[in-house]
Design a protein around this ligand. Structure first.
Ligand code: HEM
Length: 177
């Protein structure tokens, strides 16, 4: 099927999209709460953050494979060229950030010499021997990437609303039903 023939995203892509939206929002809020308070329950949040972060890494890999195997709706033909470019560019950056976030988290834990336990189901081993300098680098990176991801998500939501409420061109609906 050619690109122009499909009007909506396949169900599998819509499930990945909204499922990961909820997962990433939870991870971001949990992450921000962890670095802002030292309540005893933060230890639980931290363990959940790491385990769900690994789930996010597995999910984005499956999502990318799924995305590359199927046709997606074409952008409206009358969309200005710069907006088409902005759409493609921001989507590539969103995928890059979705991969870099959990990878930097795992590297941070690796440099701390810690294995990552995923709900008691399996454990990711540290990839290097403990190294404080690298721990600092990956921790900083994880934080900066988080802010970049938040900015990307806000731009993404603004563009989706522009399509849905201003242009009313079916782009928002294509991810909805
Ligand atoms: C998509 C996946 C992930 C997202 C969106 C995410 C998001 C965040 C955010 C927003 C913060 C707060 C950053 C700050 O303000 O400095 C944070 C902190 C943290 N994250 Fe993640 N994270 C993800 C995956 C992971 C993974 C896989 C691990 C480890 C295996 C991890 C370990 C940590 C740790 C230990 C902190 C606290 C850092 C500190 O001590 O300052 N994260 N994360």
């Amino acid at each position: 099927m050619s690109h122009s023939q499909v009007k909506t995203f396949p169900l599998s892509m819509r499930i990945f999209h909204w499922g990961m939206a909820a997962l990433l929002l939870s991870l971001i809020l949990a992450g921000l709460s962890m670095v802002q308070s030292l309540q005893p329950w933060q230890v639980t949040i931290l363990a959940l953050h790491k385990a769900f972060g690994v789930v996010a890494l597995i999910a984005v890999i499956l999502r990318l494979i799924n995305r590359l195997r199927q046709p997606v709706p074409a952008l409206p033909a009358d969309l200005p060229a710069w907006q088409k470019l902005a759409a493609r560019g921001s989507h590539v950056l969103l995928y890059a950030a979705m991969i870099a976030m959990p990878v930097s988290g795992y590297l941070m834990q690796s440099a701390a010499g810690r294995a990552v336990d995923v709900f008691g189901l399996f454990t990711l081993p540290p990839l290097m021997s403990a190294n404080l300098a690298w721990y600092g680098v990956f921790r900083e990176l994880h934080g900066w990437l988080a802010y970049a991801l938040v900015v990307l998500i806000l731009v993404h939501i603004a563009a989706a609303l522009q399509h849905g409420l201003v242009r009313k061109d079916g782009v928002l609906k294509s991810m909805w039903k």
